[in-house]
Design a protein around this ligand. Structure first.
Ligand code: ADP
Length: 583
């Protein structure tokens, strides 16, 4: 007989709830990992391309599809002068109603808002309705999400925006994902730009090397021919013509190499200006000295017109003359023979503006800002080369800027001539006059030309040729090829002047100079440093080592005779270095 039963009843509500929770968390987790995997995949795609357009396209497509928006647009502003915008649009395949034009209408407002605040933006429908843009556009939108593409330095490169999520509004998580995608794309865009600029630099460097080789080989051929002529030349006139030609070619080559050295020194900040108060006429005269031969050989008409007043600037005479002669040389080079070039100057406020006009080949407008870039030449072709390396104007610009001035190029286009304008701040007049009249205090020659000269150089040809030149000037010379040998000769020959190379085997030039002064106690022997390095730091070192002069190689024969003529045995210590002749 059934008497009853014992049973239990367990409430599993909690367990079920926990199971549901776990299932939900698991689902969330899965969704999260899928999301992460998709973001990682998008990042790989962005990294695989190297053009801003492709990055914009991938970002737009991926952001829209990962977050599930109906429409997406990315706008990226290019760095170029015209600030052109790259735009990529993605519209969900289900959305057949929106056209790209329609979508672009509120885009600008969002772009402006995001780039102003440097922050992502998430608008709900009601926030959208508060915007002042036309209502019919807002009606089409339920919500918006946007994030800036920020560069390494904090600059806004562009904005990615999404509109109308397929299910509900945009969440905080959507915002985090979009910010992450935007950051990946920003890095990609910066890399793409870097890659482009490296490629461009590399291309320019290759082009430059080709031009350099060409430009250096050009003068070598006539020099070699000249040597042959000298060997077989029957009369003095033929030899002289060959020598003149070789000299011209050599000068040209020295100028190219000097420009190269200058531009590298200027860009490494190794050039220091020797500033003084100089009057513009001094600068122009010095520049003309260098440039006139070019005008004469091309039979150009050169007109210099200056107002009667004086223009003082506080600058480096040699460097300013180098600026003007570079511009004048270009005017002569890029103008067909028999052309017209005019140089003028006028005051403009607190500046003086120097203007060089030519009637030459002109410059296309898109090249005007670029001609000052290093290695840039308009329409460069090896066979049309004008004997330049594309560094002159870059040097001009840097030197002018070191003088707190500016330089611009103007031209109405090809065939219409060019104008270069150099603007320099005027110096305060009273000070300028006082300084200009005080003179430079350099000891001048009393007519004594030193006779016993020692030349020290480990390059035997260089030593022999300088010694030969000095012998032609009536000096007695000895030659030494190393530091210790130099000291020996000094001991027995007692030279009045020593031309001393710095890079020497055994003991370097500084050490030799030091020993001549300190150990041999010869304080009146004139020591002239001969070196490839001419920065202020090099000059300071040679001065400290006891040198009286510092000449940069290759030394022009005229500079040597100048130096010899300028001093006497006891007035030498007033002077330290020669002023480099402008080119
Ligand atoms: P380069 O050694 O080629 O003369 P620059 O730096 O001096 O180098 O000049 C750069 C380029 O600018 C030149 O190659 C030339 O194409 C252009 N340029 C410079 N000056 C003038 C000018 N007065 N008229 C026309 N083109 C010029």
């Amino acid at each position: 007989e059934f008497t009853g039963y014992i049973g239990t009843c367990i409430d599993i509500t909690e367990r079920k709830q926990q199971e549901d929770e776990i299932a939900r968390l698991l689902k969330d987790e899965k969704r999260h990992s899928t999301l992460l995997a998709r973001v990682a995949e998008a990042s790989r795609s962005v990294n695989a391309v190297l053009s801003t357009e492709s990055i914009a396209r991938i970002l737009t497509e991926e952001a829209r599809s990962i977050i599930g928006a109906e429409r997406a647009v990315t706008s990226i502003t290019l760095e170029a002068a015209d600030r052109q915008v790259i735009r990529a649009i993605s519209i969900a395949p289900e959305d057949r109603t929106t056209t790209p034009q329609e979508f672009s209408s509120t885009e600008e407002a969002i772009y402006a808002e995001v780039s102003r605040k440097h922050k992502p933006l998430r608008w709900t429908k009601s926030e959208l309705l508060r915007r002042p843009e036309p209502t019919e556009l807002k009606a089409a939108r339920r919500c918006a999400l946007a994030a800036p593409l920020v560069s390494h330095g904090g600059r806004i490169l562009g904005v990615v925006q999404l509109a109308d999520k397929q299910s509900g509004g945009f969440s905080e998580e959507d915002e985090a994902v979009l910010v992450q995608l935007a950051a990946i794309a920003a890095v990609g865009i910066e890399n793409a730009r870097l890659y482009d600029s490296l490629r461009e630099q590399d291309r320019r460097k290759d082009e430059f090397l080709a031009t350099l080789a060409h430009e250096l080989r050009n003068p070598l051929a006539p020099v070699r021919t000249g040597l042959e002529i000298l060997k077989i030349a029957g009369d003095a006139e033929q030899s002289k013509a060959a020598r003149d030609m070789m000299e011209r070619q050599l000068k040209h080559m020295v100028r190219l190499v000097d420009d190269l050295l200058d531009v590298s020194r200027v860009s490494r900040g190794k050039v220091e200006l020797r500033r003084e108060y100089v009057e513009l006429r001094q600068v122009i005269d010095l520049a003309l000295e260098t440039s006139l031969p070019l005008f004469e050989s091309a039979r150009h008409e050169l007109k210099v017109s200056l107002p009667p007043e004086e223009f003082y600037v506080f600058g480096d005479l040699t460097r300013l003359a180098q600026v003007l002669s570079n511009l004048l040389n270009n005017a002569a080079k890029y103008t067909a023979d028999g052309g017209r070039v005019a140089l003028s100057a006028a005051q403009d406020g607190t500046d003086v503006v120097i203007r060089i006009d030519d009637s030459g080949v002109g410059i296309p407008s898109e090249m005007l800002p670029k001609v000052f870039d290093l290695f840039t030449q308009v329409g460069r072709t090896i066979d049309r080369s004008q004997g330049g390396l594309g560094i002159g104007l870059s040097l001009v610009k840097r030197l002018v800027e070191m003088h707190d001035g500016s330089v611009v190029a103007e031209s109405l286009g090809p065939g219409k001539g060019s104008t270069f304008l150099v603007r320099l701040p005027l110096a305060k007049k009273r000070m300028a006059r006082a300084n200009a009249s005080s003179g430079d205090g350099v000891a001048k020659s009393n007519g004594h030309v030193p006779r016993r000269i020692l030349v020290v150089d480990d390059n035997a040809d260089a030593a022999a040729s300088l010694a030969m030149l000095l012998r032609y000037n009536g000096c007695e010379t000895r030659v030494a090829y190393s530091g210790p040998a130099a000291l020996e000769v000094v001991g027995e020959f007692h030279p009045e002047v020593v031309f001393l190379d710095i890079g020497l085997p055994g003991l370097n030039g500084y050490e030799v100079a030091n020993r001549i002064r300190r150990e041999l106690g010869l304080s009146r022997t004139v020591l002239i440093a001969l070196t490839g390095w001419g920065s202020d730091e090099d000059r300071r070192r040679s001065h400290e080592a006891g040198f009286n002069y510092h000449l940069t190689k290759p030394v022009e024969p005229t500079v040597v005779s100048d130096v010899l003529a300028r001093f006497t045995a006891n007035s030498l210590h007033h002077e330290r270095s020669e002023r480099r002749a402008p080119r």
